[in-house]
Design a binder for this molecule. Sequence first.
Ligand SMILES: CC(C)(COP(=O)(O)OP(=O)(O)OC[C@H]1O[C@@H](n2cnc3c(N)ncnc32)[C@H](O)[C@@H]1OP(=O)(O)O)[C@@H](O)C(=O)NCCC(=O)NCCS
Length: 167
Amino acid sequence: MPTPVTPRLTLRQMTDADLDDMAALLGDEDVMRYYPRPKTRHEARGWIVRNQERYEAHGFGLWIMHRTDTGEFVGDCGLTYQRIDGVDELEVGYHVRTARQGNGYATEAAAAARDFARDVLGARRLIAIINPRNLPSQRVAAKIGLEVEKHAVTASGPEAVIYAAAL
Ligand SMILES: CC(C)(COP(=O)(O)OP(=O)(O)OC[C@H]1O[C@@H](n2cnc3c(N)ncnc32)[C@H](O)[C@@H]1OP(=O)(O)O)[C@@H](O)C(=O)NCCC(=O)NCCS
């Protein structure tokens, strides 16, 4: 299955060679502010493996995001299935290195993931599960056309906001 390309970014499948970058990203206290705690290197390896299992099962998952011109690692972004209120939903997710936040990268990548969901997967609906205090993530969701739909109890927390849109 193809992976999205945007004006500035290439999204591609994670490999074991991405462990240093992913461990730095997921081990960063700011990036993981709305998670229970930063992830260890071992947990970052598990994150890569879980996404490799998603590629096998569905053809997509969270992808590595890097600058096309320099190859610089920017973060990850992509699509995963999440169970919300008993329904398997397609979710867009994104994490950007602290030093590279505020440059529109998450919005650019998430818009490409949304288009991929609609055009390649034929998905009819996309959601984002967001901590109510996570304003940057809510801005990204809104900028790609998702709107607040409801609150739900999820693995991410007891009162996640569910942003959603029909595609
Ligand atoms: C959420 C995240 C991916 C956004 O990445 P990014 O590349 O900086 O996002 P963008 O530059 O595309 O857009 C960020 C938007 O949030 C806004 N923003 C940033 N900080 C903000 C704050 N403290 N309060 C409100 N809005 C804020 C920016 O102004 C921008 O909106 P604008 O274009 O309308 O001005 C990044 O902050 C991140 O990695 N956070 C930690 C991981 C995370 O929470 N992921 C989402 C889990 S649901």
